[in-house]
Write a new protein. Sequence first.
Length: 133
Amino acid sequence: MNHLNWSEDLTLGLDTLDNQHKELFSIANDLLSAIDRAEGETVLKEVFDRLKNYTESHFKEEEAYMGSIDFPGLDDHAEEHALLLMRVNTLWRLILSDENISPKGVALFISDWISAHIMDSDGQIATYAQSLK
Ligand SMILES: [Fe+2]
C-alpha cells in the first residue's frame, strides 16, 4: 500500500508546524504498515490511538498558533479540525465493529485528508503568517 511521502509542497515554512506534520505522516505510515502486515486488533488499536492522540494535540497547538497571530480564518479552520477528528473517531468505531471495512479505504481516507488539509487549509496559515513579515 502506498505510504505518505513528505514533499516540499507540504512545507509551510513554519518549523514547529512542519515538524508536527512530518510526525503525523510518520505515525500515519506506521498505521499503513500495520494494515499492510494485517496486524491484529491490539496492534492496530495501539497505532490508531497514537495517530488520534497526536492529531488532537497537534490541532490544539495549531489552533493556539493561529490565535497568536490573529489568523482571520481560525474559526473555519478549527471547525475543519473538529470535523476531521469526528471522522477519525467514526472510522475507529467502524474498525472495531463487525462491519467489513476495507483497510485500503482507511488508508486512502487518512492519506487524503492529511495531505489535502496540510496543502489547502494549513497553507493559508502560512500565507497569512508570511504577510505579517
Ligand atoms: Fe490544520
